[in-house]
Design a binder for this molecule. Structure first.
Ligand SMILES: *Cc1c(COP(=O)(O)O)cnc(C)c1O
Length: 465
């Protein structure tokens, strides 16, 4: 498989180079040059596989030429073997039409483990074959950081630096990152917002010298390999509930648009997915876009769903590229306009293509709490605030009443105990493997929202390549 940049000016790469590069040199994101497709018969055969087996089939065409299918299967078995639920991504029925896919049975209790456990092992595999090392730099609004750290800790070929916005991630989220004691793990609390952290990471990648000196790489959702690994659970749920013929819809809470974009790719691969409902919190740049066709930046405001406190949805660029029929120059122009003026309009034909498939919804915090409460009252299921926003978004879907809707359970409720307590008056317990998290020793460095200071810190603490 060859990979091309959404801005059309970076070199085409194979899978291992795209994995290691993260962001493309023209500022764009890597996407496959075409979508592999399976026939209905092939999907029907995949329905019999377990999660690791299905992951191998779905991912194989994207890594062909870099990772052999037999290696891929053992990587997938290792990645998902330690998950706390045998089904890996179990489906729970909430009502006659609505299902919840629990994507929080990995080591850090959020859906990001489903991609990152796989990506960490793919890094190892590819670096071992090349005899080289990398420095991973990432920004997190909460869940990516811990999932990346769990995926990369103690790996000999990797140093990992994770920037999080100081005071803007929950205590459980922070501790899941800062209590990992491995010497190759570096946590930096930045005095700014998540978007500030993300801008610093982007600026570090734009610094050619730094990038080359430290062999910089990324694990946030700009890395194609994460999207790739997330396609798997859309296929998993579609095959369980819809069969290979019957359409299903998904309801997805969104921040960076990475998760729901993986669903879009699943559809391109031939799965019968009719529609995506996309939920935002009050940081609703995407909902406003769906309503108007205009992307307009706004300031980030903290909410009960911190992993979605984002006003620049990086992965939306991948959808744009597809909606503009892979016209990288057009996408580069839109991105340049956005950078200059904080606004761009999607051309009507491309916007119509997007609206045929996506519907937007928003939940402010009071609505999120009400959703947690009503789901609990009706079903006994405790859902985290992000998941609740997805469930609320399901109501904007106007499909036939017998079309299953699958809401993605993106985090375990115990990651956000304050929000849950505010909604239903009970604090959810952490699962056994994290029960002593609040007693563990933390280790992190607080730095100003200052690119040069953070660059210097990374140079100083990265091992020599
Ligand atoms: C990261 C995250 C999201 C948002 O996912 P994107 O891929 O950024 O759209 C939603 N919920 C939870 C719990 C998350 O950790």
């Amino acid at each position: 498989m060859r990979y091309i940049s959404t801005r059309g000016r970076a070199p085409e790469l194979g899978f291992d180079d795209a994995l290691l590069a993260g962001l493309a040199t023209d500022g764009g994101l890597y996407v496959p040059s075409s979508w592999p497709r399976f026939s209905q018969t092939e999907w029907a055969a995949f329905a019999a596989l377990d999660y690791a087996g299905l992951a191998t089939k779905v991912i194989a065409p994207y890594v062909r030429g870099s990772v052999a299918e037999s290696s891929l299967l053992s990587i997938a078995k290792q990645a998902y073997g330690g998950f706390a639920h045998q089904a890996v991504a179990p489906l729970v029925q909430l009502d006659s039409q609505l299902w919840l896919m629990e994507l929080f049975h990995g080591p850090t209790l959020a859906f990001k483990d489903y991609a990152l456990q796989m990506v960490g092992l793919l890094f190892d595999h590819v670096l071992k074959a090349r005899g080289s090392r990398i420095t991973i730099v990432g920004a997190t609004s909460g869940d990516t950081g811990s999932a990346a750290i769990e995926a990369c800790k103690d790996r000999a070929a990797v140093d990992i630096f994770i920037l999080h916005p100081a005071g803007r991630v929950s205590e459980v989220q922070r501790r899941q990152m800062t209590t990992v004691q491995s010497s190759n793990v570096h946590n930096v609390a930045v005095q700014g917002s998540f978007d500030d952290c993300q801008n610093i990471v982007k600026a570090m990648f734009a610094d050619v010298e730094l990038r080359a000196d430290l062999n910089l790489s990324a694990v946030n959702s700009i890395n194609w390999a994460r999207i790739m690994a997330q396609i798997v659970y859309y296929a998993w749920a579609s095959l369980r509930l819809g069969s290979e013929y019957k359409p299903v819809a998904f309801a997805v809470p969104t921040g960076n648009f990475g998760n729901v974009f993986a669903g879009y790719v699943a559809k391109q691969m031939g799965l019968p997915i009719a529609k995506f409902a996309v939920g935002s919190n009050r940081n609703d740049i995407l909902t406003r876009y769906f309503e108007t066709g205009l992307m307009t930046a706004a300031d980030v405001v903290p909410s009960l769903s911190p992993s979605m406190d984002i006003q620049i949805s990086s992965n939306f660029e991948r959808l744009l590229f597809s909606a503009y029929n892979n016209d990288g120059v057009a996408v580069a122009n839109l991105m340049e306009r956005f950078k200059q003026s904080g606004e761009y309009a999607v051309d009507p034909a491309s916007h119509a293509r997007i609206m045929a498939l996506f519907a937007g919804d928003r939940s402010k915090d009071d609505v999120t709490k009400a959703t947690i409460k009503s789901v609990f009252a009706a079903t006994g299921q405790v859902v985290d605030p992000h998941t609740a926003i997805g469930i609320h978004a399901a109501r904007v879907l106007k499909g036939s009443p017998d079309m299953p809707i699958i809401a993605l359970g993106t985090a375990h409720p115990a990651k956000f105990p304050d929000a849950i307590e505010a909604a239903i008056g009970q604090r959810p317990a952490l699962p056994a493997h994290l029960a002593d998290l609040l007693q563990r020793h933390e280790r992190f460095t607080t730095l100003a929202n200052d690119l040069d200071q953070i660059k210097a810190y990374v140079r100083q603490h990265a091992r020599q390549i």
